[in-house]
Design a protein around this ligand. Structure first.
Ligand code: IP8
Length: 258
């Protein structure tokens, strides 16, 4: 059975410019689509922070360490769990047997590098045909007090642990372009991307709004993934039935980074 990681980006599950607003119709549609193939794969689903996590993290400066307003960190965790629960509820309603797992409870970083990761529960869940549902989260950091681990970075760590050869990144646009498609209308979609071209490509991307670095950071994760033989596939998570096509190795439009 093939192991797969599916990352649901923040702009697929929330309205990124509207704090605490979920795209519930898209969440439900994705749950329904995943239910159709969940039994055929070992699956881990990871989601991002969207307008829950990034909004709160920015508000209290949590990406810069423990916040001056102590409760900010508690609020971030509460809001991420609220988003996670909304997704879990949708998945369960559509028959996807998810088990929510919080990174902040099982991971420690040191200067943003993973120092400890107690991932046994993830493996045990998969062994019993459950689907771990994980999210970009704050984690306690030995040097910085706390840090933010992106859902993208987590996706890679988990792919390594479960032996996944593909990570499917569902984002809010068709794939990776040679420049920002929201700014330039002559931006071209890159269908296949050799990871060695990534360092050159990211020079074209401006600093992102996200506390975890947006597309540039995603591409750096894809770079690290490709180096250890894991493919990253970027697709538009808002397009109907696309996840299923990619999972089943059917033709699709998006970007494969190898
Ligand atoms: O949206 C970051 O995860 P991402 C999560 O995958 C938080 O970058 C807590 C902001």
């Amino acid at each position: 059975v093939e192991s797969l990681v599916i990352k649901l980006g923040g702009s697929v599950i929330t309205y990124k410019d509207k704090p605490f607003q979920t795209r519930i119709h898209d969440i439900n549609r994705i749950s329904k689509e995943i239910a159709e193939f969940v039994n055929d794969y070992n699956l881990v689903i990871v989601h991002g922070g969207g307008s829950f996590g990034h909004y709160v993290a920015k508000k209290y400066g949590i990406h810069m360490g423990l916040p001056k307003i102590k409760l900010g960190l508690s609020i971030l965790e509460k809001e991420m769990r609220r988003l996670n629960l909304i997704i879990a509820e949708s998945m369960i309603n559509h028959g996807v047997p998810v088990i929510p797992i919080s990174p902040s409870s099982i991971m420690i970083t040191k200067n943003k590098n993973i120092q400890a990761f107690y991932y046994n529960a993830i493996l045990e869940a998969i062994k019993r045909d459950y689907v771990p549902l994980i999210y970009g989260d704050f984690v306690f950091d030995e040097d910085l007090g706390c840090s933010i681990i992106s859902g993208d970075q987590l996706s890679l760590e988990i792919a390594k642990i479960i032996g996944a050869k593909r990570i499917i990144f569902c984002i809010g646009v068709t794939g990776v372009y040679n420049k920002d498609p929201k700014k330039y209308n002559d931006a071209k979609l890159i269908r296949n991307l050799d990871y060695k071209e990534i360092p050159n490509l990211i020079k074209n991307f401006s600093a992102a709004e996200d506390v975890t670095g947006g597309l540039a950071n995603k591409l750096l994760v894809a770079y690290e993934a490709a180096k250890v033989g894991i493919q990253s596939i970027f697709i538009n998570g808002l397009q109907h039935n696309l996840i299923k096509r990619v999972v089943r190795n059917e033709e699709f439009i998006g970007t494969i980074i190898f």
